[in-house]
Design a protein around this ligand. Structure first.
Ligand code: PLP
Length: 429
């Protein structure tokens, strides 16, 4: 009989113990889909009927998410399109713990309800002792929306024209603020704003003064802006969006504002992201005066911006645990990066690949420190390898510069060099 007419029945194939196990892991639709596609190939005479289970098995996705883990060799430490900060192993473990039923909002001693995510809140308070109050929301944009809603709806937010920032993908902080019902009172010019500019517009209609860190651009030349410490004398709350989530000063990034310094300078409230230089999960941090933080925390909108238990667990582990990958990448020694790149290039050359270790410049990314170059080292390869590497397993994403593909090592943990080598060898074969 024509093998094309001996297509095994779907139920019979799904009874294969290996496929039954896959159903447990991936869900029935994904497995059935793979079986149906294998059956189709039998009908087209491409495979034998008895191979349907094996072929379906080989075509199954590795897990139930379509997200693929990528090796970030772009030289951009915080790449928004690649999910910003990678979590530390401690944070990943915390997420697994939190995934089940947990005491996220429950006191196991008394059996009563407890403050949600108090572990993360306590860790944050301990990391920033200058903050009397702390609260965590979904992201920094949410933190700004909450502050604007509670402190300035129907009133004015005073902001310098030099700080009207577009954060990416067409989203703009001024639009975000206005969406809450607050009005913007723009002061100064693109390049220069003085204390008098602020003072001239402060009045009963002022909700707060907002300072936004220009985290993804730099203005140079005839410029001037007003320090937080000077703004605190205006008699209205000063809210500072520091962007990157640096909690304390980092000597490597002298221009990057940090929460502790800004609070010490007198800011009433600081907002920041969790998944930029802090190196944690997507989250919005609110730090500052206890009364203001409490008002924000008790506002109905706070419930809509409430952060997930997985995030709380990852944030706590990031704050308490070992140095997260972004911080390691930021402080990686260029000499060690050079040795790693040399070793990779040498192994590739031995395999006949046109590879060389070259010095490169990495950046923090849209998440902070605009214009700051971090000395780095890359493996330079023929440009035509970019697509096969991107489509490989695991996908490796580099950057093309001057007709070469550069695989920058700064954002790659050293224990992954073997995978990089294997990926390049596979892409060239
Ligand atoms: C990144 C950034 C934001 C947005 O933060 P999200 O956590 O992505 O919502 C807001 N303000 C500044 C200054 C930023 O750098």
């Amino acid at each position: 009989m024509d093998p094309r007419r001996r297509v095994p029945r779907t139920d019979a194939v799904l009874a294969d113990p290996r496929l039954a196990a896959a159903v447990e892991r991936l869900g029935r639709p994904a497995v059935k889909d793979a079986v149906v596609r294998a059956q189709q190939r039998v009908r087209q005479g491409e495979i034998e009927p008895e191979d349907v289970a094996d072929v379906a098995l080989a075509a199954l996705p590795p897990n139930a998410t379509s997200l693929r883990p990528v090796i970030n060799m772009t030289g951009v430490l915080l790449h928004t399109n690649l999910g910003r900060a990678p979590l530390s192993p401690a944070a990943v473990e915390a997420v697994t713990v939190a995934a089940g039923a947990t005491d996220v909002e429950f006191d196991l001693t008394t059996g009563a309800r407890a403050r949600r995510g108090r572990g993360a809140v306590e860790a944050l308070a301990r990391a920033v002792p200058d903050a009397e109050g702390v609260h965590v929301v979904n992201n920094n944009a949410a933190a700004l929306v909450l502050a604007a809603t509670v402190l300035a709806a129907g009133r004015e937010i005073v902001i310098s024209r030099g700080e009207l920032v577009e954060i990416g993908d067409g989203f703009r902080i001024p639009d975000l603020l206005v969406s809450t019902g607050a009005r913007l009172r723009e002061v100064g010019t693109t390049n220069r704003t003085t204390l008098a500019d602020y003072r001239d517009v402060i009045g009963p209609q002022t909700g707060f003064v907002l300072k936004v860190h220009p985290s993804n651009f730099r203005v140079e030349g005839f410029t001037g802006s007003v320090e937080v410490a000077e703004l605190t004398g205006l008699g209205v709350p000063v809210v500072v969006d520091i962007g990157s989530g640096l909690l304390a000063r980092d000597p490597l990034l002298p221009e990057e504002p940090d929460a502790a310094s800004v609070l010490r300078a007198g800011a009433d409230l600081v907002t920041a992201s969790g998944d930029k230089l802090l190196g944690g999960p997507q989250a919005g941090l609110l730090l500052g005066r206890r009364d203001l933080v409490e008002r924000l925390r008790r506002h109905p909108l706070a419930r809509a911006l409430r952060v997930d238990k997985l995030t709380l667990a990852a944030l706590e582990a990031t704050l308490r645990g070992p140095e997260p990958p972004v911080r390691q990448a930021l402080h990686a020694d260029p000499i060690v990066l050079g040795e790693r790149a040399e070793a990779l290039a040498k192994a590739l050359c031995r395999a006949g690949v046109d590879a060389a270790a070259v010095s490169a410049e990495a950046t923090v990314g849209g998440g902070g420190a605009p214009g700051v170059g971090l000395p780095s080292v890359a493996v330079s390869l023929p440009e035509r390898l970019a697509a096969p590497l991107r489509r490989g397993e695991p996908p490796v994403v580099g950057r093309v510069e001057g007709g070469r593909l550069l695989l920058d090592l700064r954002a790659v943990p050293p224990d992954r060099d073997g995978e990089v080598l294997a990926a390049v060898l596979k892409a060239t074969s």
